[in-house]
Design a protein around this ligand. Sequence first.
Ligand code: AMP
Length: 355
Amino acid sequence: MSALAPGSTVGILGGGQLGRMLAVAAAQLGFDVAIYTDEEDSPASRVSARTIVGAYDDAAKLADFARGVEVVTTEFENVPAATAEALIAAGATVRPDPRVLAVAQDRFEEKSFFAANGIATPPFAKVDSQADLDAAIAKIGARAILKTRRLGYDGRGQIRINTAANAEGAHAKLGAPGILEGFCAFEREVSIIAARAVGGDIAFFDLNENEHSGGILSRTTLPSKAPAAVTETAQAAARKVLQAFDYVGVLTIEFFVMPDGGIIANEMAPRVHNSGHWTIEGALTSQFEQHIRCIAGWPLGLTTRIADIEMINLIGDDANDWAKYAAEPGAHLHLYGKREARPGRKMGHVTRLIR
Ligand code: AMP
């Protein structure tokens, strides 16, 4: 596929806020956007030219979607493998290559992939039974976190284990195939957002420093206080992942920075990421435009950061304070148009450029 001409249609699987911000960026470059989602009235569909609402295993609707778009991308990593296969069977170009989804959506596969590529991870072990859990604790130690292998996000599907006694019954409580990870007493959390174009060019945004609350990202600041060597190691890790999958698009990897300055990969997201929302106002090209450029076969945009940054997430009822942020000079308020503010739900964010 040569470079996609303006006026072409970009397809996005998923209708959440990442899809919404991707759609806005695509529209700015002159593309039409079609959304495929299983949700009526989704945040992304309300800013897009077209939406097909269907189940992710509805092969007929997926084929219909594939026929109407020039390229398909994904805004969430839990896209079932069968969905991507159905799209490819219908003739769609899917970017990035869905092989990366199979790795990113299973924490055990993901950590095994990191380890096989020389990217440091916490100690980890597969847990399919209480006996596995007991054996994993004997190996890794009780200071650990039991996580579901699949479908966990924002700290969901996780059980903190501190003592062996705590581990009793924990596998049954998790209720799904799991992975035990050694607890990392990190100094800070950072993420790297990288992009790879069709021809293989790679660009990085500056390293994000992230604070979580209850497992959910609450605040991102730049520049990170991590030493410069951390950025180099994070970029080298991202480069390996990009090249391993002949990746096209934006990719994010989250790391723990340890007191000795070493970094440990926590997880990767084969997509744009919450910790990169600041790039809309704070970089010469946003992560959303960068992703659209990549999947459209366009050249990469410049990633230069233009100010120091604070981005805060508006979670649940935080979004009720929209008028306060709207009145704050220089604060960039983003609201995702979600109808209901459930606790823990990402409703919007605010970016402040500090000069
Ligand atoms: P996750 O959903 O795996 O990204 O986990 C959400 C958050 O929980 C992370 O951003 C960390 O703050 C914390 N966390 C997850 N895994 C570990 C770990 N192995 N050691 C220490 N903290 C962790």
